[in-house]
Design a protein around this ligand. Structure first.
Ligand SMILES: [Mg+2]
Length: 374
């Protein structure tokens, strides 16, 4: 089998806001083979930048576009193709937008392998630990405590047993954040876990103050309280509290995660499969975390394509606890798959169909596709 085309398709909702919502646009990756099998992946980056990484013409030996690297190659040589993409983009790539674009391609290659073999991706990643995964509803933190209580009660009523609230007003005033977290916990009750995502808004001392309060409230984890590069701050914070500290969604490549695990001492590692280097790299990171007795809970705030990739990874590793399940009202999130993922009893089933086990809705691609160049 040979790869005959690699395509980046930009999708975009007509109206967007400058908020922390990764479901307003998308870079969908389509990889075609000479045997008629097509794989899909998704990239969480600036869509135009990611598409340029795929389309770029070769400039010199370590400055290629991804399509040119992959054409004519066997999609089953996935480890070798990962290395080729990494090395042949070395001068302009490594751990930023190129790794993001590689992630979507890697996802599509796993999809192709699964479809060719008639097996779901998790069976190729090492086999399954579970057939369904506990989902946490992931939403933006409302401004007012009463809105928080209403939102949390709504998701509990839908069956969620874990809820994460992030960004919005968080990260500016510890006392206000504690009030909002307390409102969430009060509405959630003792059987539902609550996570708080600060969106890297704190100094170390603010994070320590918040950690004390959140621990007393019974918050399950505090996410990204500090800037992503504050390794020393994370280490001091983690040593000062028994509250779980989570981070990693900003990062690409396993080398950074090595530092997050062993230098920063994080409790919950959150690689985003559509940014970190795809399923191939995410599995390496998950097992690095497992070696250190830490949790790996992939970050996911895109569409059902990434949700599928997360489910396959989580099913194939021993150290995850949750699936991140965005509950935004975005049409892309709800309509890109012909059969969207459903939460039942707070859990989402791991796909059992070949490949990623999803089908892309061509009408949605048609409706939101951005055809003009940049
Ligand atoms: Mg986050």
């Amino acid at each position: 089998m040979k790869i005959v085309n690699v395509e980046g398709i930009i999708l975009r909702l007509p109206v967007r806001q400058a908020v922390a919502d990764g479901t307003q646009d998308d870079l969908l990756i389509r990889v075609e083979t000479d045997e008629g099998i097509t794989g899909y992946g998704e990239v969480d980056t600036s869509p135009e930048v990611g598409k340029a990484v795929i389309d770029a013409e070769m400039s010199h030996g370590t400055c290629y576009g991804l399509r040119e690297i992959l054409l004519g190659r066997d999609p089953f040589d996935i480890e070798q193709l990962w290395e080729l993409m990494y090395r042949k983009t070395n001068y302009y790539g490594r751990l930023g937008a190129v790794m993001h674009a590689m992630s979507g391609v890697d996802m599509a290659l796993w999809d192709i392998m699964g479809k060719a073999l008639g097996k779901p991706v998790h069976k190729l990643l090492g086999g399954s630990y579970c057939s369904d995964v506990r989902a946490y509803a992931s939403l933006l933190m409302p401004e007012q405590a009463q809105e928080v209580r209403d939102a949390v009660r709504g998701y509990v009523a839908e069956g969620f047993t874990a809820i994460k609230l992030g960004y919005g007003p968080l990260g500016q005033d510890v006392r206000k954040d504690v009030k909002l977290a307390a409102a969430a916990k009060e509405a959630a009750g003792s059987d539902v876990e609550v996570m708080i995502d600060i969106g890297h808004g704190y100094s170390l001392k603010e994070a320590m103050q918040a950690a004390r309060e959140f621990e007393n409230l019974g918050i399950f984890w505090m996410e990204e309280p500090l800037p992503p590069e504050d390794w020393d701050g994370y280490r001091k914070l983690c040593e000062s509290t028994s509250l779980r500290i989570a981070a990693g969604e900003q990062e690409a490549g396993r080398w950074t995660f090595r530092r997050l695990i062993w230098e920063a001492g994080l409790d919950v590692l959150q690689p985003d499969i559509s940014r970190v280097g795809g399923l191939t790299e995410a599995k390496r990171i998950a097992y690095m975390a497992h070696e250190a007795n830490r949790l790996c809970v992939p970050h996911a705030f895109r569409t059902g394509v990434l949700v599928a990739a997360c489910l396959h990874l989580i099913a194939a590793i021993p150290n995850s606890a949750f699936l991140e399940f965005s509950v935004t009202e975005s049409a892309l999130r709800r309509e890109l798959l012909t059969t969207p993922f459903k939460v039942a009893g707070g859990r989402v089933s791991v796909p059992t169909q070949p490949g990623l086990g999803i089908a892309i809705n061509p009408d949605t691609v048609e409706a939101y596709s951005v055809r003009k160049g940049i």
